[in-house]
Design a protein. Structure first.
Length: 534
């Protein structure tokens, strides 16, 4: 029950009933959890998650059980869904099962009936048990290279041995482990001590010399620090000299050099003839205007960056929550009164529906408590002027004749009706209100409201505004004057540009402006490695 969505999703992707029998539903469930608007099979996703919860139910008990019962429930669940057979056929999986006493009972299982644990205690026991047992790869008689600690090299038949890091940092006894008594007392009472550890290591190193060919590798410097010779290697050299044997040859290593022609990274200029999308959103159009290559990555290659499922609540999450709260308030509003209570009830309901943690939401709720009365006062003034909420969170599509078949599509936050049948589009924003005000001062730089005006085919009685929700003066209305003219200019320019792209015009990466600082496609376009930037 305490597992987060990342852990649940990771388990589902390896759970046979989901990964093998219902991959489409699994993809839909991930899309649903990530909050994507378009979920291909929502019903299948909900059925899959219900089936998964039923499968996990035997492990969700809150009572204390004997360890033997917990293990039986766990193994029965693994056997019921086919995971037990998969683990048994896997080298690492079989060792996991052996740690849990399957198929051969472990010595500790004689005491398992006497140990009673709750679910967190059982989880902690499993974790500790698995961490104490290192993974041992199965022996491979045909292996040409074997990596092994020095102490386990004794008796291994091999043609050549290589000892990397044969210096004072890595081939030495090192620091003593924590102990309550010193080396002298440990030696006196027969416990392990530094001299005994040094002797064991030197004996293992000496035994390694039985191999026909031994190479000791070392470096002279570790970063900026010089590195001394290993005391054990110096001891071996001294013993060889006492025995009248020649010193080992010391050979400086030199890497093989080869000439590599310079291959500068060109600025990408892809084309998308025949691969352009049939429908365009406001964010895709904004990407096309900011950088054609960013549009290529998003709309043509359809790449995106999935959000972390367990990340802390951020400003964007607060914006989504506040959008939903206002929509619920207006769509269920009772004009009879008690609007402050209705707005708070909407906030509580959306918090519950979205499964948000009340503690994490607390800083944003504090901002909301300040915003709510100001919003209701703004709404009262607006309604006194004759404006009424008409609809919100609605999807729209339109194929303007200027675009020759290209569809515009988008989701509208809010549409109000005013005096004389006038319409006003309102787009909620929790970002910087001053930045929005600067944008609409240059109307042709404001893509979003002009796009929505074109999407709704707004006429002379149509207007559009941003409504800043997270500002000291919130709610703050920021209007786009002459949005009909901006929409007409946008359609004219987009129509000509779309014809160019359909004809195979390149979509170069611009590599300019502040958008590059946060662009998710920066590693794809390789902006920092272009030849002209070197």
């Amino acid at each position: 029950p305490g597992a987060g969505p990342d852990a649940r999703l990771e388990w589902l992707k390896s759970w046979p009933p989901a990964a093998v029998r219902a991959p489409v539903a699994l993809d839909a469930l991930e899309a649903l959890w990530r909050g994507r608007r378009h979920v291909p099979d929502r019903a299948g996703a909900e059925r899959l998650w219900e089936m998964a919860q039923q499968h996990l139910q035997p492990l969700a008990a809150a009572d204390r059980r004997p360890l033997a019962v917990w293990l039986r429930v766990l193994l029965d669940g693994l056997d019921r869904d086919g995971t037990l057979a998969q683990l048994a056929d896997d080298a690492a999986g079989s060792q996991v099962l052996a740690c849990l006493g399957w198929p051969q009972p472990a010595p500790w299982q004689d005491h398992a009936p006497d140990v009673r644990l709750d679910l967190p205690g059982f989880i902690a026991w499993v974790q500790d048990t698995l961490e104490q047992q290192p993974y041992l790869p199965p022996p491979d008689a045909a292996a040409q290279v074997v990596l092994t600690p020095l102490a386990r090299a004794f008796g291994r038949p091999c043609a050549q041995a290589v000892v990397p890091g044969a210096d004072a940092l890595r081939l030495s006894v090192g620091d003593a482990p924590p102990a309550l008594i010193g080396d002298a007392l440990a030696a006196a009472i027969g416990l392990d001590h530094a001299a005994a550890r040094r002797l064991r290591q030197r004996q293992a190193l000496a035994q390694l010399l039985r191999v026909p060919r031994v190479t000791l590798l070392r470096r002279r410097r570790d970063g900026d620090e010089p590195v001394a010779d290993s005391p054990d290697v110096e001891w071996l050299q001294l013993e060889r000299a006492r025995a009248g044997l020649p010193a080992w040859p010391l050979v400086a290593w030199q890497a093989a050099l080869r000439s590599v022609p310079a291959q500068p990274v060109p600025r990408p200029q892809p084309t998308a003839r025949g691969a352009l999308p049939e429908r365009l959103s406001a964010s895709q159009l904004e990407a096309l205007r900011q950088c054609p290559y960013r549009f290529f990555a998003r709309a043509v290659l359809r790449l995106d960056e999935p959000d972390e499922l367990e990340s802390a609540l951020a400003k964007r999450d607060y914006g989504n929550w506040l959008h939903a709260v206002l929509h619920r308030f207006h769509s269920r509003r009772d004009a009879a009164g008690g609007e402050a209570v209705q707005l708070q009830q909407a906030a509580e309901a959306v918090t519950h529906e979205q499964g948000l943690d009340a503690g994490e939401l607390l800083p944003f709720r504090a901002s909301f408590e300040h915003f709510a009365p100001a919003y209701l006062a703004w709404l009262a003034e607006r309604e006194a002027a004759g404006w009424r909420w008409q609809e919100g969170e609605t999807d729209h599509r339109r194929a303007p004749p200027e675009l020759d078949g290209l569809q515009l599509g988008g989701r509208i936050d809010r549409l109000d009706r005013g005096p004389g049948g006038a319409r006003q589009l309102i787009d909620y924003k929790t970002g910087n209100a001053d930045a929005l005000a600067r944008k609409v001062k240059t109307p042709l730089e404001d893509t979003q409201l002009a796009f929505y005006a074109a999407l709704l085919d707004g006429g002379a009685d149509f207007s559009a505004s941003y409504l800043a929700l997270d500002d000291a003066k919130a709610p703050r209305e920021i209007g786009h004057d002459g949005v009909q003219r901006s929409a007409a200019t946008l359609l004219e320019g987009l129509g000509a540009e779309w014809q160019r792209l359909r004809a195979g015009a390149p979509m170069p990466a611009l590599g300019e402006g502040a958008v590059c600082d946060t662009c998710e496609a920066r590693g794809l376009c390789r902006r920092d490695h272009w030849a002209e930037r070197r």
